[in-house]
Design a protein around this ligand. Structure first.
Ligand SMILES: [Zn+2]
Length: 441
């Protein structure tokens, strides 16, 4: 039945929209119940009484959105796109646990919203702790999500002497606050590369979270897959204890040295990393993969429901209705990791930016870049099209952060910020102290 339905759907897109509407109006064909429960296990030969359901016209339209993809379609899994290395498998597979250091301009709701946490949870947490409205730069939030994208636990590290816990219970969130005597101390760790970076870092005593921070800070300057034995890192971290027990540690600065050059990333008071002169470490991202903004024909929606089957069919990207042949641009500097044809996505491209970010562009007509090629922000990568399973000319565009699809229209992406004025002066004073530590060894 599924197959028949798919074949039927395919036939359906190929009709001109006028005929499609006409057909929809005429349609009163009963569809079998097995569509409603496509996961039924039929192997035990149990008799299933088929009850007809009637598909109304607006349902058919929802099933076949215009200038988008059919709702029952899933795009290729990014697992096949991204060549996994040990950093991915060792470090970033904890997709349900997230942490975020508050930086300038962050608000509690926007931080969680971009990780696609349920709005109800965000509202409830703010309701029970109104102080959530006053996050301070440098504070740390960490949380665990369940399968329904609801928060199970959230920890707000407000200072070295106060930590707040929020745990999901049947009656709502339970808050507990831990006060104590906090202490801070700094530590320098030297990591000499010998074989893999992860093993070298672990050997030197860094934990997974610290390793992740080093990778994040230096992701725009060095490729962690291309290090050489003998290259080394000097890593300055700040450690907090509460009532004598170890709490979190923060990366303050890191220096990477290979035979030809030194690279630095130093954290400013805004929580972000800059180079020694206060310039941002990335050239930033554009919001749209086209020169101008086009109409959104289907928004990002991780909880989209197929109106007929009732199943969750997430839309992991945003669809822009663009005429065939429109230039498609890479939204940031990166490396092409996929440039190929797939039955569902048509001609498509995936680009990896640094280590944390990935963008994907689908249903293209002509591809201009090859796998392995480096691209710049704003570079032409393709012409838009209507290839693969598509119900009209459009670009399906995805943004992934830490292996999770996020809303491309609202995701917080690194910007080309530079520090200026008073902030720069404060930063340069800090840089002097950090550099002194990083060169001590
Ligand atoms: Zn789409």
């Amino acid at each position: 039945m599924q197959k028949q339905l798919k074949a039927f759907s395919l036939l359906f897109y190929e009709l001109f929209s006028f005929h499609r509407i006409l057909l929809s109006v005429l349609m009163s064909v009963p569809l079998s119940i097995s569509i409603a429960q496509p996961n039924l296990d039929l192997t035990d030969h149990t008799k299933i009484s088929a009850k007809p359901i009637y598909v109304k016209q607006h349902h058919i339209h929802a099933f076949l959105p215009k200038d988008s993809e059919p709702i029952d379609d899933s795009s290729p899994s990014p697992d096949e796109d991204v060549l996994k290395d040990e950093i991915d498998t060792d470090i970033s597979n904890e997709t349900s646990t997230h942490e975020h250091i508050v930086s300038k301009g962050d608000a509690f709701s926007t931080i969680l919203h971009q990780y696609d946490v349920e709005q109800v949870d965000i509202r409830q947490l703010i309701k029970i702790d109104i102080e959530m409205h006053h996050l301070q730069v440098g504070q740390k939030l960490s949380w665990t999500l369940n399968e329904g994208h609801q928060i199970e636990h959230l920890i707000w590290e407000r200072s070295q002497s106060e930590k707040r816990y929020y745990d999901r219970t049947k009656e709502g969130f339970k808050v507990s606050i831990l006060f104590g005597t906090g202490e801070l101390y700094q530590k320098i760790t030297k990591v000499v590369v010998n074989g893999s970076f992860i093993n070298s870092a672990k050997f030197s005593g860094l934990n997974s979270q610290e390793i992740r921070e080093v990778i994040t800070a230096l992701q725009w300057q060095i490729d962690f897959r291309k290090l050489h034995d003998g290259d080394y890192f000097e890593i300055l971290t700040m450690h907090a204890t509460l009532n004598g027990a170890k709490q979190h540690s923060d990366l303050l600065g890191v220096r990477f040295c290979n035979v030809s050059q030194d690279y630095y990333a130093i954290r400013a008071a805004d929580g972000k990393f800059y180079d020694r002169n206060g310039s941002g470490l990335t050239s930033g991202f554009m919001r749209f993969p086209t020169f101008r903004k086009y109409r959104v024909s289907s928004p990002f929606n991780p909880r989209r429901k197929n109106p007929i089957t009732g199943r969750i069919a997430p839309h992991k990207g945003v669809d822009f209705a663009v005429p065939i042949g429109t230039p498609v641009l890479s939204i940031g500097n990166g490396e092409v990791i996929v440039s190929t044809f797939s039955d569902t996505a048509g001609n498509y491209i995936a680009i990896r930016h640094g280590r944390q970010y990935m963008t994907r562009y689908m249903h293209l007509k002509t591809l201009f870049v090859k796998k392995g090629q480096k691209v710049k922000r704003g570079e032409y990568i393709a012409l838009s099209g209507n290839t693969g399973r598509s119900t009209g000319p459009h670009i399906h565009f995805e943004t992934w952060i830490n292996n999770q699809a996020v809303n491309p229209l609202t995701a917080r992406l690194p910007s080309m910020a530079c520090l200026t004025g008073k902030e720069l002066l404060v930063y340069l004073t800090r840089v002097k102290k950090v550099l002194f530590q990083l060169h001590k060894e």
